[in-house]
Design a protein around this ligand. Structure first.
Ligand code: MCA
Length: 533
């Protein structure tokens, strides 16, 4: 069944006009209001930056206007060009949140380069996988030592800091392709994400995907130039980058960038009237509620939650304490945002809302699940959530087989549908997510694929067999647990050390459970769902 997709729009409206490319839209906003404040680094977070990039200097805490960002990102784009990079070249971008880092990022997009955001917590093993996959020409990293892990034998890699210091000058200023020439279908971003196979794949998003995926939330969330976002998410994932930063810039609005999340700082800023919006993952809302000061969130126009399911009980208690129900929405790296509760209208706890403008959502399978306890009346038509629209990516980087598997042909011969892997039911037009087709743990809003953690642990000599599951947690949603059949005596310390050297912090098991055997089905496959307790 198809979920209705115009419910976020004013009566009679049929869609949202998106710019041809994200950069076109953002540069247009800067040209319209060059003096308007756009981005600043929070003054209250130690080490959050300020500094200079491509000749523009700013003190921490002061606003960069649209006009300054236009000039600085153009200078950054020219610096990328002068360093010898050409459209289509990949740049790994692995930095904390700061205006300077975003100028380097947007300058790369203006130069037609393909930006590959990577977690600042990625280990050498994880960086090497990214490098082997996308073969980067350059890397923006805070710690130059990390660039070493991105180098491939015998292949030069340009490494520089977020301020682009260290980029060589190999061409004259006018050489190379002019800026802002990327076509809508050209690749803009590669976001690493995974599936069941263990090795993360790079989802390739085009300039048009970024434009469409951003324009829909700007319209649906009534995002205005007067809005100011308290931005505390990491910028190397879709939530902080596309939803937070691109959304702010395409709306012509402003954002204060904090280089990390601290509940007290957010609540102080909200109370002081320094923002109108906050976007977070459920772990952040858990901490905001636990602070006993959630009423301060009532000062904000809009609080949005995503990246993991927000517990209905937490949704309700936050609403009771702040008078401002959190708007829960749903998206993926491959598609950016898909479905959202409404700004005007009921934000229903335990649901992710209606399809965003331009996004088609279908539930495959379509069997009638009947009334489900606790889900309200008339829950019908459950199945895998399938989506299509101008926001949906074209495929995984150089992985045609994985790409083909991720899409399903349209029964009526139309454009294919992306298989999200999430299972859902529809309840009065609201989408309710009910688990996944594939195994995935979501910890603090980060996706952890059991197969990747299992593959790493299996390489330790003391491990005969391993399975990885998620354990429910009020704060984190889920935490990672490793079930181990030891080859020669349990050694938790050695395993933790082994994991720490190879996996980003959020993927590392919080708990090791040693067992005599793993539960298997008749085919001999481990049944993760029978591990627990
Ligand atoms: C930090 N740690 C974690 C996590 N974060 N462990 C498991 N899961 C995590 N998410 C580790 C730390 O390394 C540390 O380990 C210990 O937990 C305690 O750290 P703490 O200081 O409490 O954590 P924090 O630094 O305050 O981080 C919590 C956080 C953070 C702010 C909630 O996890 C976060 O920013 N999450 C946002 C994730 C996100 O942006 N996801 C978007 C993906 P140790 O004690 O060993 O040092 S994009 C997406 O999902 C789609 C597109 C979408 O729809 O949005």
């Amino acid at each position: 069944m198809l979920l209705p997709s115009t419910r976020h729009l004013d009566a009679g409206a049929t869609g949202v006009p998106a710019p041809a490319t994200l950069v076109d839209g953002i540069v247009g906003r800067w040209a319209d209001r060059p003096g308007a404040p756009a981005l600043r680094d929070a003054a209250d977070v130690a080490g959050s930056g300020g500094g200079s990039v491509a000749g523009h200097r700013h003190a921490t805490g002061t606003w960069w206007t649209g006009g300054e960002l236009d000039a600085a990102t153009r200078a950054a784009g020219r610096a990328w060009r002068a360093a010898g990079l050409d459209p289509g070249d990949r740049v790994v971008w692995s930095t904390r949140s700061s205006v300077v880092a975003l100028v380097a990022h947007l300058g790369a997009l203006r130069a037609g380069l393909v930006v590959v955001p990577v977690s600042t917590g990625a280990t050498g093993r994880e960086l090497a996988h990214v490098a082997a996959t996308v073969r980067p020409a350059a890397a923006v990293v805070e710690d130059p030592a990390r660039a070493g892990a991105l180098e491939r034998p015998g292949v030069p890699l340009l490494a520089c800091g977020p301020d682009l210091a260290g980029l060589p000058r190999r061409r004259g200023p006018g050489d190379g392709t002019p800026l802002d020439r990327a076509a809508p279908g050209d690749p803009a971003l590669v976001l690493f994400t995974s599936g069941t196979t263990g090795a993360p794949k790079g989802a390739v998003l085009s300039h048009a995907n970024l434009a469409a995926g951003t324009a829909s939330i700007v319209a649906a969330w009534r995002w205005e130039p007067t809005d100011r976002l308290l931005h505390t998410l990491p910028v190397f994932h879709a939530h902080g980058l596309a939803v937070g930063v691109y959304g702010t810039l395409l709306a012509g609005a402003s954002a204060t960038l904090h280089s990390g999340f601290d509940a007290g700082s957010v609540l102080d800023a909200a109370r002081a009237g320094e923002g109108t919006m906050f976007f977070g993952v459920p772990t952040m809302y858990h901490r905001l509620e636990a602070s006993g000061r959630a009423s301060d969130l009532g000062r904000l126009r809009l609080c949005v939650s995503g990246s993991a399911p927000l517990a209905a009980a937490l949704h309700r208690s936050l609403a009771a304490h702040s008078g401002n129900p959190v708007l829960e929405r749903y998206g993926m790296s491959e598609t950016l945002m898909l479905v959202s509760n409404p700004v005007d209208g009921e934000r229903r706890a335990g649901t992710v809302g209606f399809p965003l403008p331009g996004v088609e959502v279908r539930l495959a399978g379509g069997e009638d699940t009947g009334d489900e306890p606790g889900a309200g009346p008339a829950v019908v038509d459950g199945g895998e959530v399938l989506v299509r629209g101008p926001n949906v990516f074209a495929g995984y980087f150089e992985r045609p087989a994985a790409t083909a598997e991720a899409f399903e042909p349209d029964p009526d011969g139309g454009a294919p549908w992306f298989r999200t892997g999430d299972l859902g039911v529809e309840d009065g037009g609201y989408l309710v997510l009910r688990g996944r087709r594939t195994d995935l743990i979501i910890s603090g809003g980060y996706n952890v694929y059991p197969a990747e953690v299992e593959d790493v642990l299996a390489t330790h000599p003391s491990v005969a067999e391993v399975a990885v599951t998620g354990e429910p947690s009020d704060e984190w949603g889920e935490t990672v647990v490793a079930w181990i059949v030891a080859a020669d005596g349990p050694d938790e310390g050695a395993l933790a050390e082994h994991a720490a050297a190879r996996l980003a912090p959020y993927k590392r098991p919080r708990r090791y459970r040693f067992v005599d055997a793993l539960p298997r089905n008749a085919m001999g496959k481990v049944v993760r769902s029978r591990l627990g307790g």
